[in-house]
Design a protein around this ligand. Structure first.
Ligand SMILES: Cc1cc2nc3c(=O)[nH]c(=O)nc-3n(C[C@H](O)[C@H](O)[C@H](O)COP(=O)(O)O)c2cc1C
Length: 186
């Protein structure tokens, strides 16, 4: 599979369908040897502080929490549609119990700009440097229905990562070349 560096103003990514149909893979760790992978289905893509930002939501009950709560960075990785099984496995099994990379047939490899690995099998990877983090505060839930997601009171941590590199196939490359106008001041 041929992949190349993609400039963010040429990245073709739809924020409201980016997690469809089976989620993405969040990879966090200080090296290829010391990392964990987990499926994520919630998060946002946008502009904050004039930076392109990915926000990933991780519950403290995940093994991934032990990595991301201490981490400087993370990566998000898209797989091709024939790899549903890998997404299912990484979203149900825990790295506490098994090496999910091996079990899912995934190979973590050194990223270009961050310590957390990307995946050799990914069709698109975003490398993200954590610039802000927070824990959801239920007293701030305006819509009481949000609480329905937290039967175990395991409120998500929110990890905001500045996207510092994107690598992917040409399918993620916008065909038209427009100027990047999104990074204006607030
Ligand atoms: C499609 C899908 C999306 C998921 N999205 C999230 C998510 O955004 N945040 C989260 O904390 N857990 C999410 N999960 C659950 C974790 O992936 C799952 O609990 C996983 O086993 C945690 O692995 P770990 O213990 O190795 O960290 C999702 C699971 C699936 C199947």
């Amino acid at each position: 599979m041929e992949k190349r560096a993609i400039e963010l103003n040429r990245l073709d990514l739809q924020p409201f369908s980016a997690f469809d149909p089976d989620g993405l893979l969040l990879v966090v760790g200080e090296s290829v040897e010391k990392a964990n992978v987990m499926t994520i289905g919630w998060g946002t893509f946008g502009i904050m502080w004039r930076k392109p930002v990915v926000m990933a939501m991780v519950r403290p009950t995940r093994y991934t929490w032990e990595f991301i709560s201490e981490a400087a960075d993370f990566t998000v990785n898209w797989l091709s549609s024939d790899k549903k099984d890998a997404l299912q496995l990484c979203g149900t099994a825990s790295g506490r119990d098994i090496n999910k990379f091996a079990a899912a047939g995934l190979h973590p490899v050194q990223a270009g700009k961050v310590s957390s690995p990307i995946l050799e099998e990914s069709v698109l990877s975003l490398e993200c440097r954590i610039i802000y983090k927070d824990l959801l505060r239920p007293e701030q839930f305006i819509d009481p229905l949000l609480e329905l997601h937290y039967g175990q009171k395991d409120y998500h941590g929110l990890f905001y990562g500045e996207v510092v590199a994107a690598t992917g196939t040409s399918a993620f490359l916008r065909k038209d070349e427009k100027d990047c106008t999104a990074l204006h001041a607030d």
